[in-house]
Design a protein around this ligand. Structure first.
Ligand code: HEC
Ligand code: HEC
Length: 239
């Protein structure tokens, strides 16, 4: 393992606490540890889980099973400042595209079980509003159904649309908020920016709440590329 590659995951471990310090010390005495993918992503797992399943923390997102193209775009976005979360920006600052591709492919192939869906904490009317927007959209506001692009099963579509199941409500609403404020950007045309700016705060809360209570399907793989005709153009998704 080159020292640069070793350095990044180790820093992440150090950030995370005493267990990390111990592993870092151990790794320094074994500089020729095999350069496996598991070793490379060790610094990621404290927050994203050993198989990218996410952690009990209310915010850290699931990575497992999301299309590799989507994960790669996000790693690039963090590296290039189109998404902002300081630990993430920091961890990927010096990683090459090739390395980011390998990490993205690794997590896209993981299939850990999904967490138990969240118990609803909002009113039945709010949940119903969320379900309506996700499955049917809101024609008056020109909001297409989320399922039109994220798939009926909400498992996303290859190569670059993520699944929306297995995520925390706080994470989902924060992402939609970031698109509205411009701190999260995707490849132009940024269809999610267009959609997020058409949603009210109540709509955002409703979709986030409903999505977080959904059970993942038996076979949670993303839909094949081009199997859905997206109602708006998205720069990250080939037409
Ligand atoms: C300190 C905790 C932490 C560590 C360590 C960490 N992440 Fe993250 N990661 C996050 C959080 C929180 C987000 C969501 C940030 C946001 O946009 O609000 C995130 C987002 C992501 C995303 C985008 C997910 C999506 O669905 O859009 C990817 C991909 C990712 N991380 C990969 C990694 C990789 C690879 C590593 C190791 C090199 C890593 N992360 C290390 C906390 C962490
Ligand atoms: C026209 C297609 C399209 C529609 C309709 C759509 N999305 Fe998206 N969505 C995308 C694409 C493409 C991405 C990936 C953007 C990127 O590369 O960052 C995305 C990403 C997301 C993410 C980020 C997930 C993560 O892990 O960080 C969330 C959350 C999201 N969409 C929610 C929604 C909701 C809620 C709706 C319905 C109100 C919706 N989307 C409708 C195309 C769409």
């Amino acid at each position: 393992m080159s020292s640069r590659r070793l350095f990044r995951p180790l820093l992440a471990l150090l950030l995370i606490g005493s267990a990390g310090v111990y592993s870092a010390a151990k790794a320094q005495t074994q500089p020729k540890a095999p350069d496996t993918m598991e070793a490379r992503v060790q610094g990621c797992t404290a927050c994203h889980g050993s198989h990218g399943q996410g952690t009990d923390n209310d915010y850290f997102p699931r990575l497992a099973g999301k299309p590799a193209g989507y994960l790669f775009n996000q790693l690039q976005n963090f590296r290039d400042g189109h998404r902002k979360y300081p630990p993430m920006n920091y961890l990927v600052t010096y990683l090459s595209d090739d390395y980011l591709h390998q990490i993205a492919t690794f997590f896209s192939q993981q299939r850990p079980p999904y967490p138990t869906p969240a118990k609803p904490t909002v009113s039945p009317a709010t949940l119903a509003r969320g379900q309506e927007i996700v499955l049917h959209g809101d024609a008056a506001k020109q909001v297409p159904a989320c399922a039109a692009c994220h798939g009926k099963a909400l498992t996303g579509m290859e190569p670059a649309i993520p699944g929306l199941v297995g995520l925390h409500a706080d994470y989902i609403s924060a992402q939609l908020g970031s698109w509205r404020s411009g701190t999260r950007r995707a490849i132009a045309p940024d269809c999610m920016h267009t959609i997020a700016t058409r949603l009210s705060d109540e709509d955002v809360n409703a979709v986030a709440a409903w999505l977080s209570t959904q059970q993942a399907p038996q076979n949670p793989v993303p839909a094949p590329a081009r199997s859905l005709k997206t109602p708006l153009a998205c720069g990250s998704e080939p037409q």
